[in-house]
Design a protein around this ligand. Structure first.
Ligand code: SF4
Length: 700
């Protein structure tokens, strides 16, 4: 509720819907009969004063009438309103019972890449200290794990962009691989158009002629899952044309001779056959990148969400290293993060194998350091758990009997979603903290209402590794609490209060700073005071007088010997190939108006109205072959399940490939169909190459 003097609120905040974290002002005026909202972009160094349609309308979900206002508990089969005390008591009793009966690992936690750094940090601590379970992972596993693990192996560090966004216009050649920036991070597009105006060649690698491909000088319309092979072809051309930077390779890297040997075996004709991209185009793109004095490569989920996603990214990094395009202006690599805090969310201990500061849970020194920060003994810390989808399998098999989910909707976002639906229907005890009754929350035993971005103060780390402070301007509605408060409250009811005595998000951040000190993602020198005064600070920032690190690897890489590491990569086709029964590839992705599983954007009237239902993008020739007309309902099936979607004819997509967005649940959930095969290096599922068939719904 608002007092009269409070009728007009001016809130300075950040858009929650992608990793750019555009700054904005939201003015809420409640003086009239109905509240009105005015949204204006605030210039800052990342978004440069731009907002896309998602940002302009983000407040709509925060003020939605569908917001959850009080805790609910399942009683006689239905979710009913209860007090916080009842909910917290039930959670602590049930988790304690399950852990006493079946062991500490009978309970799992599942987090999200949209949580603030503080909540992500606290969730990791809550798992290891309050519940002492090894089972914690998060939806960022599906977002960044391939690029993150590739960055760590090649460079010794994982930061989304190795340099700042303002470097982009200085690049003379830019490769955008599997990333549809025009729809997913629209306010970044001017950086690329500025580079183009400066004479840059833009190369887009994507099975679809996406909105981003409209600025491409060269579009390589690769078959899904064939990026690693395509890069082998490009590297072969770069080698043959003597476009490698031998001095850089010799001084700054190791392992190139093995890659060179491997590339001698690569046959460009075979690459063209495997990838569906003509030899001439492969040559043209490789020469453009090799000859350019400066250049950058960006990858996103189109490259990464495959069972060889880690290796595919490593091959793009090979290309950066082979041409010496890193560590200087206009050069570098960027993993274009999708989630609002995709970068920070993966740095502070939500992952099964990690502790805060990117420390490793299996490393004795890292365990000892974090145990010291948390005031426990190293041996009290649990070991390494399993990845997000593997946790779903353990819930399905009954090994995990209780699950706590915060900031995520796994029933829609996991591959092979039918298995996840079954798992959640039979799990003993499911607790979900969310703003809305999501598809996952609908199945919960207890639902806890949490605050939205306008209400919840905390830091977010954007795709550049720039830490930004998001202020809170509005009280949370009803009885909703902040994520971090919920974790502290449960910890209290579990009797672990001495480890969770935080008064506010700044208090948590100050502990996070110490926990991250000396780690890969070192936040020690970043404080709320500094963030209030400066326009964000790039990690690593190891001391209070350190300016932060906008550009990495100018002098040395982060491995102990300072060298970057080449890795030869095999050209392999995805394990699941089209066949007689399932003759087409299916890939998935985002649409302009929606975010993740759509829980928030489907409740923002303007965004929901722009794209009201899920679609099947299909080439007109393929549609004709399968008796589908534009606008008709279609059934798309894989060996795992079926999704029902409305046909949209488009000659922008390959004839052998279908595309379905990922923002809807239930019958429209594309993940009922997608492949759960996991990358052996990072456990990323193969979301983007499933073999499917399609038919009119009437014939299904
Ligand atoms: Fe900016 Fe991304 Fe939000 Fe659009 S969705 S306003 S690009 S943060």
């Amino acid at each position: 509720t608002f007092s009269a003097e409070d009728a007009k609120k001016v809130m300075e905040t950040q858009c929650p819907f992608c990793s750019v974290q555009c700054k904005m002002e939201v003015v809420e005026d409640r003086s009239g009969r109905r509240p009105t909202y005015q949204v204006t972009a605030i210039p800052n160094k990342a978004s440069e004063g731009r907002l896309c349609v998602k940002g302009m309308n983000a407040h709509q979900h925060a003020v939605s009438r569908e917001r959850l206002l009080y805790p609910m508990m399942r009683l006689q089969g239905e979710l009913k309103r209860v007090s916080w005390e009842e909910a917290l008591s039930a959670i602590s009793i049930r988790f304690t019972e399950l852990q006493s009966q079946y062991g500490l690992n009978a309970v799992g936690l599942y987090g999200g890449g949209s949580l603030t750094n503080e909540s992500a940090y606290l969730l990791g601590k809550f798992a290891r200290v309050a519940l002492k379970t090894k089972y914690i992972d998060y939806n960022g596993r599906f977002c960044m794990s391939a690029a993150a693990s590739a960055g760590v192996k090649t460079f010794g560090i994982d930061r989304g962009l190795t340099n700042r966004l303002s470097d982009i216009p200085h690049a003379q050649c830019i490769i955008l691989a599997g990333t549809n920036i025009a729809e997913c991070q629209p306010t970044l597009m001017p950086y690329f158009t500025r580079a183009k105006e400066n004479g840059a060649t833009i190369i887009v690698i994507d099975p679809r002629a996406s909105a981003t491909a409209s600025i491409a000088d060269i579009h390589l319309q690769v078959k899904p899952g064939m990026d690693a092979a395509l890069v082998n072809g490009m590297l072969k051309v770069i080698l043959d044309e003597k476009l490698t930077d031998e001095s850089f390779i010799q001084k700054r890297t190791k392992g190139f001779s093995a890659v060179k040997e491997h590339l001698y075996q690569v046959d460009l004709e075979e690459v063209a056959e495997m990838t569906g991209v003509g030899m001439d185009r492969i040559r043209k793109a490789a020469i453009a990148f090799g000859k350019a004095a400066t250049g950058m490569i960006f990858t996103a989920r189109g490259v990464e969400q495959h069972a060889d996603g880690h290796m595919a990214v490593r091959n793009f990094l090979n290309m950066i290293l082979a041409t010496g395009k890193i560590g200087k202006e206009g050069c570098g690599y960027g993993a274009v993060t999708g989630q609002g805090n995709g970068q920070g969310g993966r740095e502070h201990g939500q992952k099964a194998d990690q502790l805060p500061g990117y420390r490793l849970i299996e490393n004795a020194d890292d365990r000892a350091y974090i145990a010291g920060v948390w005031g426990i003994q190293p041996e009290e810390l649990p070991g390494k758990g399993v990845s997000a989808y593997e946790m779903m399998e353990l819930v399905h098999s009954g090994d995990i009997k209780g699950l706590f989910i915060m900031g995520s909707n796994p029933i829609v976002s996991n591959p092979n979603a039918t298995l996840v639906e079954e798992a959640f229907e039979k799990v003993d005890f499911l607790v979900v903290a969310d703003m809305f009754l999501s598809e996952t929350a609908r199945l919960a035993d207890i639902v806890l209402p949490v605050s939205a971005y306008l209400e919840n103060e905390g830091t977010m780390t954007n795709l550049e590794g720039r830490v930004l402070l998001r202020q809170a301007g509005r009280p949370a509605p009803g009885e909703a609490r902040h994520d971090w408060q919920v974790l502290c409250d449960i910890a209290y009811s579990l009797g672990k209060e001495k480890f969770f005595t935080f008064r506010d998000s700044e208090d948590i951040f100050n502990e996070l700073r110490v926990a991250s000190r000396g780690g890969i993602a070192d936040y020690y020198g970043i404080t709320y005071d500094r963030l209030r005064k400066e326009e964000g600070i790039y990690w690593p920032c190891p001391s209070l007088d350190h300016p932060g690190t906008p550009r990495l690897f100018g002098e040395a890489f982060a491995h102990k010997d300072g060298l970057a590491v080449f890795q030869s990569v095999e050209s392999e086709s995805p394990a699941e190939q089209p066949n007689d029964e399932y003759p087409l590839y299916l890939t998935n992705g985002r649409m302009l108006s929606h975010y993740l599983t759509g829980v928030q954007t489907r409740r923002s009237p303007v965004l929901a109205a722009r794209e009201v239902e899920n679609i099947l993008e299909i080439h007109p020739n393929t549609a004709e072959k399968h008796r589908l007309e534009d606008g008709a309902l279609a059934s798309v099936q894989s060996i795992r399940g079926t999704v029902i979607v409305r046909t949209k004819l488009s000659s922008a997509i390959r004839e052998d490939t279908l595309f379905i967005p990922m923002h809807w649940g239930d019958a429209q959930n594309v993940n009922r169909v997608t492949n759960a095969l996991l990358d052996p290096n990072c456990r990323m599922p193969d979301f983007k190459s499933s073999a499917v068939r399609v038919q009119p719904l009437a014939e299904y």
